[in-house]
Ligand binder design. Structure first.
Ligand code: NAD
Length: 260
């Protein structure tokens, strides 16, 4: 019997992270689940992944804005599963406001969760990956890692930073079987996006369907949401043998956003 791989997926109690965890579990990976939410709901998610895919699931409530908790999470994973094969940095939050109105504490929080956490998880996981001479690191950036939109200063800065970090890690691991890449999604309908749909509907006093049409129409020529499953499958590809020489790259899944 071949040994099961182990994947840490940060922010995997919801949205894109949950789909990535499910897709990796479907391929036979044990999962370190992380993120916030109701205890009973998280237990149900973990149990579902165990029973659906026959893998082991460990949950960590580590706060991705806390470097000490991040280190503990990676150590717990390594102790429990004896390995960390895949690290997916996915946890992220959003806040929209003009520069003048942007609360300083929200800036700090977004930079910590959406950018600095990626550095801390990688710093903790890389020695383990080097020791086992294998590993895949996938950072979930965004189309906002490549271009900007108004009122998203912290998010855009953090996501651009993630792409810079991805390249440095790729270079520092280039002579090894360890790879580091990023995925840059456009709009995906998750709770993070739903908040922006709800805010637009409220602000403009329009129905939800009209808010969705405007939100997508403004940037995403396909006028279709990208699915969480599609992001999960892109992660799977970056973790496959076929992707062993993809290093410091991005996979863009944005419905044509950047083709304009
Ligand atoms: P989501 O709100 O559905 O999920 C976010 C996850 O992160 C949740 O599990 C949440 O509990 C967790 N989380 C939040 N703060 C945390 C913290 N401090 N510590 C640990 N976990 C924390 O959002 P999503 O849309 O699935 O976003 C996932 C990633 O995808 C984010 O990095 C986001 O920037 C990126 N992304 C999303 C979209 C989109 O349109 N939804 C587009 C491009 C990129």
């Amino acid at each position: 019997m071949t040994k099961k791989k182990t994947a840490i997926v940060t922010g995997s109690t919801s949205g894109i992270g949950l789909a990535i965890a499910q897709t990796l579990a479907e391929s036979g990976c044990n999962i370190l689940l992380n993120g916030f939410g109701e205890k009973s709901e998280i237990e149900a998610i973990a149990e579902c992944i165990r029973s659906d895919f026959g893998v082991d699931v460990l949950y960590s409530n580590a706060d991705m804005s806390n470097p000490d908790e991040i280190l503990t999470m990676v150590q717990e994973c390594s102790t429990h599963f004896s390995t960390v094969d895949i690290l997916v940095n996915n946890a992220g939050i959003q806040h929209t406001d003009s520069i003048e109105d942007f609360p300083k504490e929200r800036w700090d929080q977004i930079i910590a969760i959406n950018l600095s956490s990626n550095f801390h998880t990688i710093q903790a996981a890389l020695p383990i990956m080097r020791a086992q001479n294998s590993g895949r690191i996938v950072n979930i950036s965004s189309v906002h890692g490549q271009v900007a939109s108004i009122n998203k200063a912290a998010y855009v800065a953090a996501k651009h930073g993630v792409l810079g970090l991805t390249k440095v890690v790729a270079l520092e691991t280039a002579g090894t079987p360890i790879t580091c890449n990023a995925i840059c999604p456009g709009w995906v309908r998750t709770p993070l996006a739903q908040k922006q749909i709800d805010a637009l509907a409220k602000r403009e006093d329009i129905p939800e369907a009209e808010a969705i049409k405007r939100l997508l129409g403004e940037k995403q020529p396909s006028e279709t949401f990208i699915t969480t499953k599609q992001i999960g499958q892109a992660v799977m590809y970056l973790c496959s043998d076929a992707a062993s020489e993809i290093r410091g790259s991005t996979i863009d899944i944005n419905g044509g956003w950047l083709a304009q």
